[in-house]
Design a protein around this ligand. Structure first.
Ligand code: SAM
Length: 364
């Protein structure tokens, strides 16, 4: 059964339908698995302010002691001397790197990763390692769904952090990267200190925050779009004193993650679930790579409330998905069902207008 920490202004939270979707207000102080829970109360009940700003207010309980280090099965000290956390997308066996390379933004260019089992090699370019199954093909090309291909274009990649992402706050109630990052950290508390994949990182706005926070032993910024990864690399190069060690940029398909099973402590996916060609294949793959107790945190938007009354939305949803490659979620229940069917438990969510942040974990 889901736990929710619901937020929203009076209109969006307490409208009859929303009351239905927030029916399980189960998180009370002292309950749940988040060691330091964040309590979100409707802004209208705390202070009166504009409904266009993120409409939940956070109050923080006293800081608990720091969490124990996660039991990552792929902690650096447990890895072989030149083995990385990365695995071959063909056979999922660990990749080894030539020389004594340690994964970092600066060590990618010209480095070679090799699969000891199927012998395929992956050469890093200036910005990232291409760990898609099709990496290295010369004749063969493979267009993906529209929602994936759109973000591969140089123009959309360039515009993404220059207005595109900001628009999510206007139409979708996304609180904005800083606030979303704070909420994410709350959900990730049990796995702080471990490794994290920022899946479908786009231009890396969260990957950079994860790296700068120093809260993770390794951050993998992963996306299918070469141009998004290029943007991410450029933003990193522009920033003075950016901690480039323990951050690697990887091109991969969410449906074929280049990591060994049960090797990852946390997977974060900001504003991406609805862009994936097959959310179930993607969440199943995330479930595969998470270690027992590992945490998945994702944000997306829900077309519920007045949108759900749009008579043709439900029947047309499948056709819209087939054409655009993107998915429209209509309720938290769908997301919970998706996580559960892919082997994840302990579903929780936070709402703000159409924005939803969900979290679920691999059973221990
Ligand atoms: C809306 S952006 C989200 C970027 C960022 N995480 C954020 O929070 O703003 C969606 C991202 O999903 C990526 N994406 C789409 N299909 C993908 C796939 N099959 N595998 C990996 N990433 C994919 C796109 O390239 C794009 O960067």
């Amino acid at each position: 059964m889901a736990s929710s920490i619901c937020g929203g202004n009076l209109a969006s939270v307490f409208a009859p339908r929303r009351l239905g979707s927030c029916r399980r207000l189960l998180l009370k102080p002292g309950e749940g698995s988040l060691e330091r829970r964040r309590f979100l109360v409707p802004r209208a009940s705390a202070s009166s302010s504009s409904s266009s700003s993120p409409s939940f207010v956070e109050t923080k309980p006293p800081s608990p002691p720091p969490p124990p280090p996660p039991e990552s099965t792929m902690d650096k000290e447990k890895l072989g001397s030149n083995q990385t956390v990365l695995a071959c997308p063909i056979c999922y066996e660990p990749l080894t790197c030539t020389g004594n390379m340690v994964l970092s933004v600066d060590s990618t260019s010209g480095s070679t990763l090799e699969c000891g089992t199927c012998k395929k090699t992956y050469v890093g370019n200036e910005t990232h390692f291409d760990l898609t199954a099709a990496s290295g093909t010369k004749e063969y090309g493979e267009p993906m769904a529209l929602s994936t291909e759109l973000f591969r274009t140089p123009l959309v990649s360039y515009l993404y952090e220059r207005g595109w992402r900001q628009s999510f706050s206007v139409w979708g109630g996304f609180p904005g990267p800083e606030k979303e990052f704070e909420l994410t950290k709350g959900f990730l508390r049990p796995v702080l200190g471990g490794n994290i994949i920022d899946a479908s990182c786009g231009s890396g706005l969260f990957s950079r925050l994860f790296a700068k926070s120093g809260l993770f032993s390794l951050v993998i910024a992963l996306d299918y779009s070469e141009n998004m990864l290029k943007q991410c690399y450029e933003f990193i190069q522009e920033e003075e004193n950016f901690p480039k060690e323990n951050l690697a940029l990887v091109r991969a398909d969410i449906s074929r993650l280049p990591f060994a099973s049960s090797s990852i402590d946390a997977v974060h996916a900001g504003a991406a679930l609805h862009c994936w060609p097959s959310p179930s294949t993607a969440v199943a793959e995330i479930s595969r790579v998470l270690r027992p107790g590992g945490v998945f945190v994702a944000t997306t938007y829900l077309l519920d409330g007045p949108f759900a009354l749009f008579p043709l939305l439900r029947p047309l949803r499948q056709n819209i998905s087939q054409i655009s490659g993107s998915h429209i979620f209509l309720s938290e229940d769908e997301l919970e069902d998706l996580c559960r069917t892919c082997g994840l438990i302990g579903f929780k969510y936070v709402r703000n207008e159409r924005f939803v942040m969900i979290s679920a974990s691999r059973p221990r």
